[in-house]
Design a protein around this ligand. Structure first.
Ligand code: V55
Ligand code: FE
Length: 477
């Protein structure tokens, strides 16, 4: 019996599965790591444990891994572990893939019917001194923040009705609540949306429901001081397509975009829908209120930006229409008009946003992101200053690719956006990676320090920085 990964683009080149768990002690550091940077920079991403059941697979279906760069007084250690999801453990015991296509249980081995399919491969949540790996089709998996060993799935003590939980939780900087949602809350391809808050002590405080106009991927969302915003865009799911073994998602450009806005302290029945032409957005940067208006900053393209998602009318992927630019949508809550305005903020494709968490959901000045030239991989870190409209970029160099940056303030009292950006830069051709540390004062000046990793790292999705003081409080629990 041969055991081999397919020789397809999803499993070769930069997508070659690495399948390693790693402990690296005392990474090489070039330059001096600023004193402010003490704590853990976590990343979450997919890496298939085993060859796929169906001969090929898409990147976003890989098994979740969590990694951490641990910064302590100028020293850095690195650790990487698989998340021991139910899927991971069942397949490891069988020494083969038992779960089939991304979010399609109809393609699974009958022996795993009804078992947890989630891969915990997208992003992290830090709440009540605990770290969780998240994937939007299931529940969070808790991992030990220091060892990264999996502790288990968090079912909120049975209190949560939603079957799903977003990968993109939001943290309110004043209340320290987590704002969450779950789409497909009643099961795959349903248009039930759940949302609510989790207290700083980890208790589920609220869970409300609404029914979206159609079943779609609500990968990210946004909040302000008094509202929660749900972008509903035509990457749609269909139970019949699933039963036929088809793709979970398809782009249906005949459908409009809706943005559902609910009051945070009200009922889901108070939802107000704004409506616009079909659009796709992967991630939001921030949202805030400006009198009666709400601004939502997010990346926007005319059509889905993901080549793996088929177009319902059979047309091929179009990189031009899939190009995502940082855009501002503005909603006027004082008008009865359901339309909203759209302004492009930067003409470089950008995504994987970061901001100063102290002003999340509030008027803010600085946005940070991964960016790129047309049709390349993300190879720059971008900075937009909304006060001046100025944009700046750090170019990581020829052949390099960058991952989502995290922001660390220069001090607790530092003004908004004043501090450092940390980002993984991959140098595939040189078989290495690094974490660059940029001063937000001028990211074009290049890194103030570099942390070297003696191997390339796979592409991950999202990052989270947890300060040392919070890690210590957690360890004392
Ligand atoms: C995305 C990423 C996912 C996923 C669904 O659009 C959507 C991005 C990393 O996993 O499951
Ligand atoms: Fe995401």
């Amino acid at each position: 019996m041969s055991i081999q990964f397919p020789q397809t683009p999803g499993f070769t080149g930069v997508n070659k599965p690495m399948r390693m768990e790693i402990d690296l002690f005392e990474l090489e550091v070039e330059g001096v790591i600023p004193e402010a940077i003490n704590g853990a920079m976590y990343r979450c991403g997919p890496d298939p444990q085993l060859p796929p059941r169906l001969g090929d697979d898409i990147f976003i279906n890989g098994d979740g891994q969590v990694s951490g760069f641990y910064f302590s007084d100028g020293h850095v250690d690195f650790r990487l572990r698989y998340v021991r999801t139910e899927k991971f453990e069942l397949e490891r015991a069988a020494r083969k893939a038992l779960f089939g296509a991304y979010r399609n249980p109809f393609t699974d081995d009958p022996s795993v019917a009804g078992r947890d399919r989630t891969t915990a491969n997208t992003a992290l949540m830090w709440n009540a001194g605990r770290l969780y790996a998240l994937k939007e089709d299931g529940r969070p998996y808790e991992v030990n923040p220091m060892t990264l060993e999996t502790i288990g799935r968090n079912d909120f003590g049975g209190a949560m009705a939603s079957r799903t939980f977003t990968a993109h939780v939001k943290y309110d900087p004043e209340t320290h609540d987590v704002i969450w949602h779950g789409y497909a809350a009643d099961g795959e391809a349903t248009n039930a949306i759940a949302y609510g808050t989790i207290a700083p002590d980890g208790t589920l405080v609220s869970e409300q429901r609404f029914t979206a106009p159609y079943a779609s991927m609500i990968h990210d969302f946004a909040f302000t001081e008094t509202y929660i915003l749900f972008p509903i865009m035509p990457v749609t799911s269909d139970p019949e397509r699933l039963a036929a073994g088809g793709s979970h998602w398809a782009w249906d450009g005949t459908k409009p975009t809706y943005v559902g806005i609910v009051p945070r302290n009200g009922a889901s029945e108070d939802i107000r829908y704004f409506k616009g032409p079909a659009r796709w957005s992967f991630h939001t940067l921030n949202a805030y209120e400006d009198g009666d208006r709400i601004h939502l900053d997010l990346t926007v393209s005319e059509r889905v930006g993901f080549p793996d998602i088929p177009i319902l009318d059979g047309s091929p992927f179009d990189p031009e229409k899939g190009r995502s630019l940082l855009t501002r949508w503005t909603f006027d809550m004082s008008s009865n008009d359901a339309s909203f305005s759209e302004t492009v903020l930067w003409d470089h494709p950008a995504d994987f946003f970061e901001m100063d968490p102290r002003v999340a959901g509030r008027p803010y000045r600085h946005g940070f992101m991964a960016a790129k030239e047309k049709d390349m991989v993300f190879n720059m870190i971008g900075h937009i200053d909304h006060a001046t409209g100025e944009t700046r970029a750090y170019h990581a160099g020829a052949g390099a690719s960058v991952q989502e940056p995290v922001f660390v303030p220069r001090s607790a009292e530092a003004p908004e956006g004043d501090g450092y950006l940390l980002a993984v830069v991959n140098h595939r051709a040189e078989n290495r990676a690094e974490v660059v540390i940029l001063d937000t004062d001028d990211i074009t000046a290049g890194p103030v320090a570099r942390v070297h990793v003696p191997m390339p790292l796979r592409m991950t999705f999202h990052s989270e920085f947890v300060p040392q003081a919070e890690l210590e409080t957690a360890a004392a629990l």
